[in-house]
Design a protein around this ligand. Sequence first.
Ligand SMILES: Nc1ncnc2c1ncn2[C@@H]1O[C@H](COP(=O)(O)OP(=O)(O)OP(=O)(O)O)[C@@H](O)[C@H]1O
Ligand SMILES: [Mg+2]
Length: 311
Amino acid sequence: MKTIFFTGKGGVGKSTLAAAAAWQLAEKGYRVLTVSLDPAHNLGDIFGIKLHHRKKKFTSELYLQETDLEKAADEYIKNNMSIMKEVYGYLKTFNMDKYFSILKYSPGIEEYAALTSLEKILTKEEGCFDYIVFDTPPTGLTLHIFALPGVTLAWIERLIKIRKEILEKRYTIHNIKGKYIPEGVQLAYQEKDDKVIQKLYELQKRYEKVKSVLEGDDNSVSVVFNPDQLSLKESERLLEGLKELGLPVSHFFNNKLTEDNLKTAESVEAKLKKDNKSSTIKRIYYNDDNLSKGYMLNDDIAGLFIEQEGK
Ligand SMILES: Nc1ncnc2c1ncn2[C@@H]1O[C@H](COP(=O)(O)OP(=O)(O)OP(=O)(O)O)[C@@H](O)[C@H]1O
Ligand SMILES: [Mg+2]
């Protein structure tokens, strides 16, 4: 199963090209799922149907899904709160319920919600499709989502180390003092009995999976831009971020070309090409057919991803 991410600045055409790539791949007989990870979805609009946050069949080969990030954020917080309540139930003053509504708006929750959705989709749909095409939010949020598995894994590793030390110390104190905790409270001394460390191992496994998919050979990241200087500047920032994360760009899409912007298009392409010699650049001309279905671009987009097979 291959995964394709369309990234780029706001409004450059990520959703349109993701939709067109998915449509073309499905037309060639591949089983394709298109997923929007953007909180401001328009995948349904592009295909002219209503998507209710569930995977929906568009043709026999093509399925569409807009992830429900608000629900994912709620689930993420509720799930973590219930684990904490269960584990720290013996602390009578520990009451997180009152913070729920505030936590929803905490920085980073949207990114974690997107990452949780991504992880769920990758696990659930494994083997069901030949391609999963992801439409992503504009640059900043996408870079955060891509960075999260690595950042989270570093934290988890540290937390596992601390938890191990806690368990060891508990065990030592227990052996010295005997029964030192109140009636009815059971504290774990060993990893196999400790819900906290088990949860950390589970999270570690899940985030490692997402990281390995993102960094794997079956994943490709495309950057969409328009022939203008602002778009170039933001593409450069995006490329820097992707490079830091070790995610190479497979294709550039120079979208919305016209005769008027051809000169700028060439200079923008030349600048991007300089530091990214192994990536291909595909030009997509401004489509003024006023198509009611935005996914029906004439240019061949799918071909780029099929050619990669067997590499
Ligand atoms: N090649 C093209 N020719 C004509 N119009 C295009 C082309 N590509 C995209 N558009 C139009 O540009 C607008 C923005 O496109 P789109 O929604 O795909 O961008 P986006 O990068 O996904 O935006 P956002 O960052 O808001 O999600 C839409 O109106 C779309 O129809
Ligand atoms: Mg979009």
